[in-house]
Design a protein around this ligand. Structure first.
Ligand SMILES: CC(C)c1onc(-c2c(Cl)cccc2Cl)c1COc1ccc(-c2ccc3c(C(=O)O)c[nH]c3c2)cc1
Length: 229
């Protein structure tokens, strides 16, 4: 059973997760009929930029986040942006998006100039997330826990971040027991995805480098959060 504080925390996180979504008009652009590698890259850049804005707004709603040292807030956002976007794009690809959206997003990711060596682990991850059949609360808490990772580069007050992350981990553990009573290992499986996210984050740094070699341009927001250009 959940304490009063845990119920309040879950409500705040779920409301923020539902409130901060990519605007429909941006998501709809995925359906336009141009499928060149260039066009796919431009659309994905627009999605990522919109997703980062959504991520910043969501993060500001995490109880305790705005009380952290300001520079640590930036370090946590920069350190978790790629992982949070893997989780969000995984949920988009696995949820029954409006007809055709899922296939279109997958198609554009596969044909955006990402080399095959990264496509494989990326779509294995998407599949492994889909197989978990997470409920919304688990998705929102897993994203929260990823953002509140204490050992990101340049975080000064790690214990303060640890305390916030532990609160979210306690809540996620109970959520897993509630929604997956037949699977005592479910919580451990979810945390295993966080390890896979770190690996993907390293692949992503190489993806960025290879896009840049081919003179692909990113938006100012992405350049800032990914320290490129
Ligand atoms: C700069 C570009 C080329 C880039 O670089 N690395 C990655 C990238 C890639 Cl290719 C894969 C994983 C992570 C990253 Cl950062 C990307 C593209 O990133 C994204 C981010 C997020 C979405 C995304 C999210 C939600 C939804 C959604 C819903 O919620 O209803 C409906 N449509 C959605 C689309 C798509 C693409």
């Amino acid at each position: 059973s959940f304490t009063k504080e845990q119920q309040a925390l879950m409500k705040v996180i779920i409301d923020a997760y539902n409130k901060h979504q990519i605007p429909q008009d941006v998501a709809k652009k995925l359906l336009q009929d141009k499928y060149s590698t260039e066009e796919n890259f431009l659309l994905l850049t627009e999605m990522a930029t919109s997703q980062v804005q959504v991520l910043v707004e969501f993060t500001k709603n995490i109880p305790g986040f705005l009380s952290l040292d300001r520079e640590d807030q930036i370090a946590l956002l920069k350190g978790s942006a790629v992982e949070a976007m893997f989780l969000r794009s995984a949920q988009a690809l696995n949820k029954k998006m409006p007809i055709g959206h899922t296939e279109v997003l997958e198609e554009r990711i596969r044909k955006s100039g990402i080399s095959e060596e990264f496509i494989k682990p990326m779509f294995n991850f998407y599949k492994s997330i889909g197989e978990l059949h997470m409920v919304l609360e688990e998705q929102a808490l897993l994203t929260t826990i990823t953002i509140l990772t204490p050992d990101r580069p340049y975080v000064k007050d790690q214990p303060a971040v640890e305390r916030l992350q532990e609160t979210a981990l306690d809540l996620l553990r109970k959520m897993c027991v509630l929604h997956h009573p037949q699977e005592p290992q479910y919580f451990a499986r979810l945390l295993g995805r966080l390890t896979e996210l770190r690996t993907l984050s390293h692949y992503h740094a190489e993806m960025l480098a290879s896009w840049r070699v081919n003179d692909h341009k990113f938006t100012p927001l992405l350049c800032e959060i990914w320290d490129v250009q």
